[in-house]
Write a protein that binds this ligand. Structure first.
Ligand code: SF4
Ligand code: SF4
Length: 305
């Protein structure tokens, strides 16, 4: 079985317990304004141009059999990609001497993925780690995710699924026996703001989180702290009240804003005004929000403790 991924990160230490390898699936049903992995949004591999790496040699123009590339402007020099005529043949990527043209993902066979992941089995065993499926969001390629998880379980490897859980109950049901720990990303409680910030309603997500919390599986709710978007007293209090209302023990982690995505957008020449100038929060500020959540009887998981 084949799936589309954009990275395999080895020796990860923030994606679940122990030392882990994290497999990043391409494709995400949400379009968060602050997305940290823009290369993970689309399901199909796409050609990216990094203007800061381009030396203007024009080898890509000569190599393209479809005339899909053209020069825009003079100073700065810029290569434009006509995505309609591009067949993703990869000839421009092969000739580019600086890596200024690259695909943001690749189609890969499950056997190749498993072989790569099992290379670190001894580290997983030593550290009580394992493999994390992330993205994008693995729920957009459920059959490929089930295949990978099933083979990992057969090998005795601990599995984590990081997901926003925007999927049907049937898909979630099939994940449950294959996943040891769910990292459930929950961003915004107001459905109106969730639609505005992520492009989709959160009703499915709330239903799935509720179901998962009652399933008896290990679940960690993770809330990314995005200034002006998710990180407000009102939103965090509403999420805490909702989690309390489920009536079951809940663990929650607040993830500080990471400004590294800004340089990624700059490299891709994408103007993302939503994250311009945003800064991470102080430990004191995060502790204040953790106290609000803990006051509802929710267990806080934190690297600040
Ligand atoms: S991938 Fe192929 S068709 Fe697309 S721009 Fe590059 S050379 Fe042209
Ligand atoms: S081959 Fe690479 S470096 Fe040369 S013009 Fe094309 S994108 Fe720029």
């Amino acid at each position: 079985m084949k799936g589309t991924i954009f990275d395999i990160k080895r020796f990860a230490v923030h994606d679940g317990p122990g030392i882990r390898s994290t497999l990043f699936f391409k494709g995400c049903p949400l379009k968060c304004l602050w997305c940290h992995n823009p290369e993970g949004i689309g399901l199909c591999p796409a050609l990216w141009y990094f203007p800061t790496k381009c030396i203007g040699c024009r080898l890509c123009l000569e190599a393209c059999p479809e005339d899909s590339l053209s020069v825009q402007g003079e100073d700065p020099f810029y290569i434009a990609i006509d995505k309609k005529s591009c067949t993703s043949c990869g000839k421009c990527v092969q000739v580019c001497p600086t890596g200024a043209l690259e695909f943001d993902g690749k189609e890969i066979d499950h056997t190749e993925v498993i072989a790569e992941l099992l290379k670190d089995r001894s580290f997983f065993e030593e550290s009580k780690g394992g493999v994390t499926l992330s993205g994008g969001d693995p729920v957009l390629q459920p059959e490929f995710a089930f295949q990978i998880l099933g083979e990992l379980k057969a090998e005795g490897i601990h599995t984590v699924l990081e997901s926003a859980l925007f999927c049907s109950p049937e898909v979630l049901e099939q994940f449950i026996p294959l996943v040891d720990l769910f990292l459930a990303d929950f961003k915004v409680f107001s459905d109106e703001l969730h639609r505005k910030f992520t492009g989709v309603s959160n009703l499915t997500i709330i239903r799935n989180i509720t179901y998962l919390l009652h399933s008896g599986k290990e679940v960690l709710i993770r809330i990314p702290l995005i200034p002006l978007h998710t990180a407000t007293n009102e939103n965090l209090t509403a999420i805490a009240d909702f989690l309390k209302s489920t009536g079951v023990p809940v663990k929650c982690e607040l993830l500080n804003y990471n400004p590294l995505a800004v340089s990624k957008y700059r490299l891709l020449n994408i103007d993302n005004k939503a994250i311009e100038g945003l800064k991470p929060f102080s430990i004191e500020q995060i502790k204040t929000w953790e106290e609000i959540i803990a006051s509802r009887g929710i267990e806080i998981v934190s690297e600040n403790q």
